[in-house]
Ligand binder design. Structure first.
Ligand code: MG
Length: 107
């Protein structure tokens, strides 16, 4: 099953809502600051898989990457950022900064 970023964001929001974490009384306030903190912590957990070697267990790594992706989607949602457009814009910037100019039309 392949989903778009929007569909994945919707699925993430359904999960967070089902857990009651969007409720005002939740002990896990889903504020942008809290989610940004969680994103950074999960990114560090990715690095943990390479702490003592160059190989990571693929299943364990996939789980951590999913944690990062879910928080990334949520932070974009909470801050009204169109993540798909932001990624495309940043790739364009990177082509111009590190490449030979404008990105290819197939970007
Ligand atoms: Mg994790």
């Amino acid at each position: 099953m392949k989903l778009t970023l929007q569909e994945l964001t919707d699925a993430m929001n359904r999960f967070v809502a089902a857990m009651g974490w969007y409720d005002e009384t939740s002990a896990f306030a889903q504020s942008p600051r809290n989610i940004a903190t969680s994103l950074a912590l999960e990114a560090a957990e990715v690095l943990e898989h390479y702490q003592w070697g160059d190989e990571a267990d693929p299943a364990a790594l996939a789980e951590e990457l999913a944690d990062v992706a879910l928080y990334l989607l949520q932070l974009a949602y909470l801050t009204d950022i169109d993540l798909e457009q932001a990624i495309l814009d940043k790739l364009t910037v990177n082509y111009r900064r590190f490449g030979s100019g404008d990105p290819p039309p197939t970007l």
